[in-house]
Design a protein. Structure first.
Length: 66
């Protein structure tokens, strides 16, 4: 299980992108059976901060539906 705050997930995503480890982060998340994103809706996120991580979560969801 991984726990992210709503701000922490986009931050982890941005850091992984800067360090060119984005695929590694996504692969580690794909391996998890449960991902909790806490404080969603509590802290406003800008579109740029939220777009990529939540697109990725959408892909995770689609994988579980297959």
């Amino acid at each position: 299980m991984w726990l992210f705050t709503a701000v922490g997930l986009p931050t982890a995503y941005a850091e992984a992108r800067e360090e060119r480890h984005l695929q590694r982060l996504e692969n580690n998340i794909f391996k998890r059976h449960l991902i909790i994103v806490d404080e969603l809706g509590y802290v406003p996120l800008g579109q740029g901060a939220a777009e990529n991580p939540f697109n990725f979560i959408g892909r995770c969801y689609e994988r579980t539906r297959a």
